[in-house]
Design a protein around this ligand. Structure first.
Ligand SMILES: [Ca+2]
Ligand SMILES: [Ca+2]
Length: 215
């Protein structure tokens, strides 16, 4: 084994290597963030944020197959002042992904459910790289499980804008998640993969050791 291969093997063992092949990942609160966008229409969030609840309720389902129940700890309810006044959500990823599937936990009745979602995809430079719209089905009654919808994003998607509307202005849903593959970093316009600070220190330390041994 060369010193370089030992270094790379060590880094890989410790989990700091860049992805060499696509890994399928469920994106939720554990690995992405979500915020209410400034493009949100005029309206009211009703009791969505009562008792210190945050917009993280959008991405708190632990798995793509998890059930959610219609309660204040995990659902979102926005009422637009008109049918075209929607809720804008910005999903930010730490690395780039190629999305394959949208998981959408909708409300169970037409009077409040989400009727349309416009998605816009952005790359690591913040440039728009594509868009599409979906019309989610009503949520399942009782425990709400996700509808799985094919949603193929452009390669190297770093953030996603979702604009949710209801035909009567009501926008109530439980959760949004994505299944995605880690993008090929060689195709990324800004391919830096952020390492945790400890990982950077460790890697620089390993290089220093290697260089010292070479002298
Ligand atoms: Ca939720
Ligand atoms: Ca509706």
């Amino acid at each position: 084994m060369t010193r370089l291969s030992i270094l790379l093997a060590t880094a890989a063992t410790l989990g700091f290597s860049a992805p060499l092949s696509a890994a399928t990942t469920y994106l939720n609160i554990d690995n992405i963030s979500v915020a209410v966008g400034s493009g949100t229409g005029t309206g009211t969030f009703n009791n969505t944020f009562d008792n210190g609840q945050t917009i993280d309720k959008v991405i708190d389902a632990p798995t793509a197959t998890a059930q959610e129940f219609h309660d204040q700890t995990t659902h979102i309810w926005f009422t637009g002042s008109a049918p075209n006044q929607g809720l804008e959500l910005i999903f930010t990823f730490g690395v780039s992904y190629d999305i394959t599937t949208l998981h959408f936990w909708n409300y169970t009745g037409e009077g409040y459910d989400v009727d349309n979602v416009e998605f816009t995809f952005f790359n690591s430079l913040g440039a728009s790289i594509g868009s599409t719209s979906i019309q989610p089905a009503l949520g399942s009654s009782g425990g709400i499980t996700a509808q799985n919808i094919a949603l193929q994003s452009p390669l190297n998607t770093r953030s996603v804008r979702a604009y949710l509307t209801g035909s009567n202005g009501q926008i109530d849903f439980q959760n949004i998640g994505f299944t995605a593959n880690v993008s090929d970093p060689t195709l990324d316009p800004a391919p830096q993969v952020p390492l945790p600070a400890g990982g950077l220190l460790l890697l620089s330390g390993l290089w220093a050791v290697a260089l010292r041994r070479r002298r």
